[in-house]
Design a protein around this ligand. Sequence first.
Ligand code: SF4
Length: 476
Amino acid sequence: MRFIHVACFDDWRSEARGLLSDQIPPTEVHWSAEDDQLGLFDQIQEKAATEKETESRSGNTEPSTRFSVPTPFLDLAGHVACHQDPARWQLLYQTLWRIVHGERRLLEISTDDDVHLLQLMRKAVTRDVHKMKAFVRFRKIETEASAETYIAWHRPDHFIMRLAAPFFSRRFKGMSWTILTPHESAHWNQQQLTYGPGLPASEAPKSDALEDLWKTYYASIFNPARIKVDMMKREMPVRHWPTLPEATLIDDLIRDAPSRVNEMIENYEGFSKTAAHYLPIKQDLRSLQQAVSKCQACHLCNDATQAVFGVGPENARLVLVGEQPGDREDIEGEPFVGPAGELLNTSLHQAGIERREVYLTNVVKHFKFERRGKRRLHKKPDSREIYACRPWLESELAALRPKTVICLGATAAQALLGRDFRLSQQRGRIRMTEWSQQTIATWHPAAILRMPDKNRKREMVQQLIQDLKRGAEFSE
Ligand code: SF4
């Protein structure tokens, strides 16, 4: 039996490579991990420096390439290595052993016990990174040189600092900041990202002058009409509250929510004219679909044949949002079944996506058109109609909680990403929204069909396929 002690992914990788070279099966290896990550990181850095020196003396700077490991495994392993379960190293090695010993496509078998466990671990790590991005709150401190610097303390569940820190260096490029966690700290001096030992919460400042400003902002964006306490606690776990300035407001805001909703109804003239009035009490997809057929929140229901609600599985990880149903959709009662739907089907197919696994819907549920003789010509919905219909889309997304939302066209993009969104400039960029971890906007197939320039049309189709592919990758 070989006893191997590792603390980080690079360490595991070099040990695993050696073990595979020596043909040591997983049953003959005992892996152990160390809680004291810092000490081990130091040891590893020293070890790496020594190895580099030895390699450069022997003229061998390339690692062994006797084993080819599929890239998806390395990506998966890089995430799983950050999981706090000490069994991760064993699980990774036994999976790697199986892959290099004939099971090249093992990762595609999600029902396999090892693969399933690894996927659960990756999911937990990814979620933890997401929480860190959402809940780190910097507090300003003055250093001796009177330079402003910001410190935050956060307690992640896993060893994710190195996965999450690059996000903060991009987002807060012009600030000098430090993030402390119990296991590791990260420092950004506006040029370079470095890592150091973990530190207790007591090392971070408790409040600063920006805190009141932040609380005021939070109170102003808090929407009492959409409050769901259980979901809020799930999304903003209570263990993070001590470091969130806005958490001190939550009890008061929840207590005042009902009276604020009544106030909104009384004061906001347009409110009673939105679909919120028609939403069912139980907001699962089936109840929403039944309720939408009775919606009369705007005049579009007068001329259209029927309301066209979204279609797709309840557990869809990818949601595509278009503008409104077209002529064929209005008659058939299903989104994306007309010519634009055909182009979408082809594009989905070329992007390697099964249409039946995707949820398809529109921002506006009734067809808006203008009659020209016997023809009904599509007419773009205006902001009033989009606003009126928005509660249906919001409720669909809340029921689905997808990983990725792809907005097809400017109407969907502006509804979910803001009125300033410009598709021609911001197409394909990934944003996090309240609806999903990734929201991307791309061309609407109908807009591509209307494009008179053939070359441009071909280019737009390729861009649509590429954006669909990216969305599908992220929602894996
Ligand atoms: S378009 Fe939307 S808001 Fe208007 S009636 Fe139809 S479902 Fe209701």
